[in-house]
Design a protein around this ligand. Sequence first.
Ligand SMILES: [Zn+2]
Length: 180
Amino acid sequence: MMELRFDDATLRLRVGFSTSASQTLALHQQLHFWQNERGGVLLASSVGASDGVVEVVRVTPPHRDDRAGWYWLKLDHARVLNEIQGAFDQGLHFVGYWHTHAQVRPQLSSQDVDAMMPAIRGAGLDLQRLLMVVVGGRRRALALDVCAVDCATGAWERLVPEPASRSVDVGLDIEKGRLG
Ligand SMILES: [Zn+2]
């Protein structure tokens, strides 16, 4: 299984998703209309300060204290801060959030960014930018929209997926909810 890669030449930012991070995202795709949005935190081995390379090696799964409807999501604030601290103790850095859309071609919306900004400011996270990843696609075809958000202004840029990363089969047996 290949890694997923996204690029933005202007931002000097390259984002990769490890196999296990991709599989966790695929496990929580919002494939059916009755399923709620889900989300979590993106953790990377490096924040790309020097080379612009961010390798997302782990994503946290949805949590029962999150509140979600079909098209909105509010992550439990305490759990997010907990996860960020726990990951930092293991040498991993918080680089952003993921959540699902019931879309074959997922797209971040301005409402998504507006909803996330208070959380960032409230958390006192000292970040210049963070990633927002929207998870969509079909069964056995994971698709991601990867955007970089400027934490000061809320302006955001969409990263371009490498051709092989537009939609990938991550080898999940979704019906059984496990790796296949
Ligand atoms: Zn959304």
